[in-house]
Design a protein around this ligand. Structure first.
Ligand code: UDP
Length: 409
């Protein structure tokens, strides 16, 4: 049975979602690993120990497990992890030796893990497939005030040059890797992220609202980590344009203690705009409970300055909820303007407000877009996505002349 080492050093796939550093990447690693495990791969996801109470090894699913390795104190923001990477590599090598495990491929997630995989490659000589989830240079260009370091950008360049294959989540991300990082087009494969259409599915709206105790008539929903790049300031300004509408509520889901500063900043902005009564900051919500919130909503809004993919958009679409999103990154591929929602260029609050107003005023339009939304996500189901990633692994194993791996796939 072929065995893959997935590296996700800064964020555990079992972490609480919606916190400062836990979001789409965690959902991706968790679901992809489970799916690969089901298809017969052995998947070990290596991550930094973040909770002293956690056992070193936790099962993620059939054939898939998470392995926590020591590297620095548990509580550490991801910006402080770089200098701990060599220690993480040593501990990973020690674990591998003691457990007497041989791996066939490495798949790294995010630039810090890309560095780790490149180091391991020097020892193991294994093929390395890299997914970045976000790229420093792209973030810096997406929004004034972003400060991704030269160290990150240079490391990303090194990983892109060294890895055997890079998975981009959207054609936009592929183009950015080529244009901003001199990535070789032949190395980059576009494979989107996925959604579980069984978990995220349409439910009765009134029933969902009743279960959540929501009585307002018009619900706008934001779901995600709380950080400036997510564009919540634009959404608040858009909601301020709509404040004359009665019965309007914006639910903001996401944000933990580490996001407190940003939540406070947004709370003050809402007060300044005179909409503090309209906006509810909910904190994080369990992933499994989110289908109820999507279904209780009239519209899901994704106002980001940048999204390499944007899982929240396809989760809402899978629930049959129209999405109004910024016209950036992966959202351009997942949301079809005028068919499953609207794409708004240039982060203009008035443009968001106009589309939200249209949709809130026209139940038939919402239902039409919602039905098309649900139909549009079939191609993102995890088994289909995992199969595409496996095809990429297989092609890589063929190139690396690993006949055992090719036949095991
Ligand atoms: N999420 C969650 N609970 C929360 C906030 C977010 O389960 O309180 C999940 C959400 O359902 C989605 C992920 O976190 O699967 C966010 O992914 P996305 O790609 O939209 O954003 P990213 O975190 O990658 O910037």
């Amino acid at each position: 049975m072929a065995r893959i080492a997935a590296i996700s050093i800064h964020s555990c796939p079992l972490g609480r979602l919606g916190a400062k550093d836990t979001g789409g990447m965690n959902v991706y690693v968790r679901n992809l690993s489970r799916e690969m495990g089901r298809l017969g791969w052995q998947v070990d996801v290596f991550t930094r120990r973040h909770d002293p109470a956690e056992p070193q090894i936790r099962q993620l699913g059939e054939n898939a497990r998470v392995i926590h390795l020591e590297a620095g104190p548990c509580e550490l923001p991801k910006d402080d992890i770089y200098h701990l990477l060599p220690e993480f590599v040593s501990n990973l090598l020690r674990f591998q030796e003691e457990a007497d495990l041989g791996y066939d491929l490495m798949h790294s997630h995010y630039w810090l893990s890309g560095w780790v995989a490149e180091e391991l490659r020097r020892r193991w000589g294994l093929p390395h497939i890299a997914s970045f989830h976000t790229l420093g240079e792209v973030k810096n260009r997406a929004r004034l005030g972003e400060h991704e370091t030269e160290l990150r950008i240079e490391t990303e360049k090194g990983v892109i040059a060294g890895a055997d294959q890079v998975i981009a989540f959207s054609p936009h991300e592929r183009d950015q890797i080529i244009q901003l990082y001199d990535g070789l087009p032949s190395k980059i494969k576009v494979i989107p992220a996925g959604v579980d259409p069984g978990m995220f599915q349409p439910l009765d709206r009134m029933e969902a609202r009743r279960k959540l105790g929501i009585s307002d008539s018009n619900i706008l929903l934001y779901v995600g980590r709380i950080e400036p790049l997510k564009g919540l300031d634009v959404l608040l300004q858009a909601v301020a344009c709509l404040k004359e509408r009665g019965g309007l509520r914006l639910l903001v889901i996401g944000g933990d203690g580490q996001s407190d500063g940003e939540v406070a900043r947004l709370g003050s902005l809402a007060a300044e705009l005179g909409i503090d009564e309209v906006v509810t900051f909910m904190g994080t919500v369990e992933h499994e409970t989110l289908p109820l919130f999507y279904n209780a909503a009239d519209i899901c809004v994704v106002p980001s300055y940048y999204e390499s993919f944007g899982l929240v958009a396809i989760e809402a679409l899978a629930c049959g909820i129209p999405v109004v999103a910024s016209s950036v990154g992966g959202l351009v591929t997942t949301v079809r303007d005028g068919e499953t929602g609207y794409l708004i260029p240039q982060h203009r609050p008035e443009a968001f407000a106009q589309r939200l107003d249209w949709l809130l005023s026209d139940g038939d339009l919402r239902r039409r877009l919602g039905a098309a939304a649900r139909a549009s996500v079939a191609r993102y189901s995890w088994p289909l996505i995992a199969q595409q990633v496996l095809d990429a692994y297989r092609a890589l194993a063929e190139r690396a002349q690993q006949p055992d791996v090719v036949s095991a796939l």
